[in-house]
Design a protein around this ligand. Structure first.
Ligand code: PEP
Length: 252
């Protein structure tokens, strides 16, 4: 039985004051349903310690928006999984669409990050998804399959059991356009089948697959009603505590 999982990616938003007030508002708003759903907030790196403190009495995990693949050394500006673990992080996004398409991260880099996140004791959230041109050219299956095969390259089933996959069609992120529940379910089912082929049916049945892309209180329930959608990765709507709590309620 896969427990629903809702994560809020704050991207490069909030400040030292609003990161804490948002975290506190999510904690108090979700306290009565937090046993039924895994909840994570993913603030900018610099606010992680304050947010960890703000949710320390709540059933809310904290994640990082990225992680580097080495553990320490001369890598100016980078942050390792062991450092993130040390300050109280549980999750790390790997290969978020904005890192792939704005910063230029490749599947190979994302694969190293997924492996390093696991080695450092974090639970990676591997993000995949197609561009609009790729969907229009009927390449969604091919693109997502490649991103997953490359992203998990060399990782054993034991390691992949720590991974959550987030299917986030690039054309739906921050655009207000959401995949229909049927479009999302189709890709989620494909991903689960692929995990079964790459590993085994037990892992395929257990791995959590989140949908992300303009999730809002008004569409969360119909997305969560799909058989292979186990949770939601929420960007914009996670910056408003009331909206994010409504989405958590829909998932619970
Ligand atoms: C995201 O940042 O992963 C995301 C899905 O953003 P939004 O919900 O704003 O589309």
């Amino acid at each position: 039985m896969r427990k629903p999982f809702v994560a809020g990616n704050w991207k490069m938003n909030t400040d030292s004051h609003t990161s804490v007030s948002l975290a506190e508002a999510v904690a108090s708003g979700s306290s009565d349903i937090a046993e039924q759903v895994h909840i994570a907030v993913i603030p900018p790196f610099v606010y992680i310690p304050a947010v960890v403190k703000a949710v320390s009495n709540a059933r809310i995990a904290v994640g990082a928006q990225d992680v580097y693949y080495e553990q320490k050394g001369a890598f100016t500006g980078e942050i390792s999984s062991s450092m993130l673990k040390d300050i109280g992080c549980t999750y790390a996004l790997c290969g978020h669409s904005e890192r792939r398409h704005v910063i230029g991260e490749t599947d190979e880099l994302v694969n190293k990050k997924v492996g390093a996140a696991i080695s450092g004791g974090l639970l990676p959230i591997l993000c995949v998804g197609e561009l609009i041109e790729q969907r229009k050219a009927s390449q969604t299956e091919q693109v997502v399959t490649k991103q997953i095969k490359n992203g998990l390259q060399g990782l054993s089933a034991g390691k992949v059991s720590a991974v959550t996959i987030a299917y986030e069609p690039v054309w739906a992120i921050g655009t207000g356009l959401t995949a229909t529940p049927q479009q999302a379910q189709e890709v989620h089912a494909l991903i689960r089948k692929l995990i079964g082929e790459m590993y085994d049916s037990q892992l395929a049945g257990e791995i959590r697959i989140l949908y992300g892309g303009s999730v809002k209180p008004s569409n969360a329930a119909e997305l969560m009603a799909q058989a292979d959608i186990d949770g939601l990765l929420v960007g914009g709507a996670s910056l408003k505590a009331d909206d994010f709590v409504s989405i958590i309620q829909a998932a619970a």
